[in-house]
Design a protein around this ligand. Sequence first.
Ligand SMILES: NC(=O)c1ccc[n+]([C@@H]2O[C@H](COP(=O)([O-])OP(=O)(O)OC[C@H]3O[C@@H](n4cnc5c(N)ncnc54)[C@H](OP(=O)(O)O)[C@@H]3O)[C@@H](O)[C@H]2O)c1
Length: 292
Amino acid sequence: MQAAAPTLNIIGAGRLGRTLARLWSERGVFTIAGLCNRSNESTASAREFIGAGKICGHIADLPDADCWLIATGDADIAATALLLARRLDGQRPLVFHCSGALPASVLEPCRPATLASAHPVHSFAEPQHSLEAFAGSTVTLEGDDEGRALLGRAFSAVGCELLTLNPQQKVLYHTGSVMACNYLTVLLDQSLKVFAAAGIAESSARKLLEPIVTQTVRNNFALGPARALTGPIARGDGETVARQLHALAQVDEKILNSYRTLGQAGVELAKKSGLDEKQVRQLESILREQAQ
Ligand SMILES: NC(=O)c1ccc[n+]([C@@H]2O[C@H](COP(=O)([O-])OP(=O)(O)OC[C@H]3O[C@@H](n4cnc5c(N)ncnc54)[C@H](OP(=O)(O)O)[C@@H]3O)[C@@H](O)[C@H]2O)c1
């Protein structure tokens, strides 16, 4: 006979919490026991999405469970752990959160519970979409051995890859992810502003950028950044870089600074692909001079 699935309570069944709950519930990984959001309306909408779980108005009303997920926003995790500690009153379930920025130790008030964190490298912008797209994402585990083992099995069961980190690595790990995902968005926004300054409407600019940006992202993963870099810096074309810096200076100082900073990093990258010393020195000097 198959063992019964462990029970899971969720405090904060928002975008991430309700998506994981539905996936785990459908695959029989966890039995969803109780749900508790800030407002009852929000908990009821999570219940409808998941198709399981008892709606509870307060943490104190949640039933006993084998595992507890705190999936509030990061800023509320520590305060929620304090409230949960009172509810657990010495019980020893697994308590975990899914923040990439915080270590499992933020849950210390819940001891003697087992503590862990599991950060899915996935954007849960739209839960319905994430139900389809989540498999294949990497989940980064950190915390007590027993907790990591249980969560490793739970995420593997919904098709995830696993990575284990120690708490000291976590801030830089999360920073790496922020730079690649969030800052790519910031860079695209700056690029659209430059197109707008050239008189090209955002809708047209987005249309023309989509294939080349998608191709660039693919090239980066297939070839690595040094081989994926193209354009004036990769070609050692100082004249073009100087003209672009001059034009940007008339548009926006912050964007000019981004171009200069990223350009300097680009020269470092181009060196790896064989840019000769003379071109390197010329580009470095153009990018520095224009900054003053
Ligand atoms: N979204 C992502 O792409 C993503 C990716 C990886 C990791 N994460 C992590 O996942 C966690 C949740 O993020 P999210 O994007 O799912 O957040 P979210 O959509 O804003 O959902 C947060 C949920 O927590 C509830 N909540 C907030 N404070 C609460 C409290 N004191 N007591 C009970 N419930 C409370 C909210 O209830 P109401 O609805 O009633 O306000 C809401 O349902 C965070 O730690 C985040 O870092 C998110």
